[in-house]
Design a protein around this ligand. Structure first.
Ligand code: HEM
Length: 220
C-alpha cells in the first residue's frame, strides 16, 4: 500500500498571514513609538538599532528553516522561508535608508568615505548588496529560469549571515554578549550545513525512522 503523508494543505495558507503579521509587528511598534512620542530622546539611534536587529534575526530565522525541516521532517516549513528572507531584506533596507537619510542626510561624499573607512559599514554594505540579487530572484519565475544555478546563488545567504554578524561584532564597543549570541546561533546553523553536519543528517533520519515516519526524504 502506498505510504500516506499527513495532509497539511491548510497549514501553510493559515500560517502565512500569521507569519506576515508577526514579521510586520516590530515595524508597527516602532512607528507607534514614533507617533506616540515614547521612542526616547534619540529616535534615529532607536530606529537604526531596531531595524538592524530585526534584519539579523529574520536572516537567522531564514537560515534555520532547512535544519529545522531536517530535524522535524516538516517539509512545509520551506514554503515560509521566502517570506522570512524578504522581511529580512526589507528591514535591512529600512536600516540602510535610516542611515542614508536620517543619519547622513544623503551626504554622498560622507557616505562613500564611511563605506571605505569604517570596516563595520563596509561589511554591512557588502551584506546588503549581496541580499539584493537574492531578493530579486526569490520568485518562482526566477527559480525556474535559473534552474540549478538558483540554488547556488541562494547559498550566498550564508556569506550574508557571516557579514551581518561581523558587522554587529565590529560596531559594538563594550558589551559583546548580544552579537556573540547571534554569532553562536549562526555558527550552529552553518555547522548543520557543513560536510561534518552529516552526523546531524543521519541523526535526523534515525529520529524520523524511529518515530515510524515513512517520509524521510525531507532529510536531504
Ligand atoms: C549599507 C548597509 C549598512 C549600514 C550603513 C549599516 C549601518 C549601521 C549603523 C550606523 C549602526 C549603528 C552603529 C552604532 O550604534 O554605533 C548599525 C547597527 C546594526 N546593524 Fe547595520 N548597517 C548596514 C547593514 C546591515 C545589515 C545588512 C544588517 C543585518 C542583516 C545589519 C544589522 C545591524 C545590527 C544587528 C546592528 C546593531 C543593532 C543594535 O545595536 O541593537 N546592518 N548598522
Amino acid at each position: 500500500m502506498a505510504a500516506t503523508r499527513p495532509r497539511v494543505d491548510w497549514l501553510v495558507p493559515t500560517l502565512k498571514p500569521v507569519l506576515f503579521a508577526a514579521c510586520l509587528l516590530p515595524l508597527l511598534l516602532l512607528v507607534w513609538r514614533l507617533v506616540d512620542g515614547t521612542i526616547g530622546p534619540n529616535p534615529v539611534e532607536v530606529i537604526t538599532h531596531d531595524t538592524g536587529d530585526w534584519a539579523l534575526r529574520l536572516l537567522l530565522a531564514t537560515l534555520a528553516v532547512t535544519p529545522l525541516r531536517r530535524l522535524t521532517g516538516w517539509r512545509w516549513l520551506v514554503r515560509l522561508r521566502r517570506m522570512l528572507g524578504l522581511f529580512a531584506f526589507c528591514y535591512a533596507m529600512l536600516h540602510f535608508t535610516t542611515y542614508l537619510w536620517l543619519d547622513q542626510f544623503f551626504d554622498w561624499q560622507a557616505i562613500l568615505a564611511d563605506i571605505a573607512k569604517r570596516p563595520y559599514i563596509t561589511v554591512g554594505f557588502a551584506a546588503l548588496l549581496l541580499m539584493l540579487p537574492l531578493a530579486v530572484t526569490s520568485t518562482k519565475g526566477w527559480q525556474r529560469r535559473l534552474g540549478a544555478r538558483w540554488k547556488q546563488l541562494h547559498r550566498l545567504v550564508y556569506a550574508i549571515g557571516v557579514l551581518a554578524v561581523l558587522h554587529y561584532l565590529w560596531l559594538v564597543k563594550a558589551d559583546l554578549l548580544e552579537p556573540a549570541i547571534y554569532a553562536g546561533v549562526l555558527a550552529a546553523l552553518l555547522a548543520a550545513r557543513m560536510p561534518c553536519g552529516d552526523w546531524w543528517r543521519r541523526c535526523c533520519r534515525r529520529r524520523l525512522v524511529g518515530a515510524g515516519r515513512q517520509d524521510v526524504s525531507a532529510v536531504r
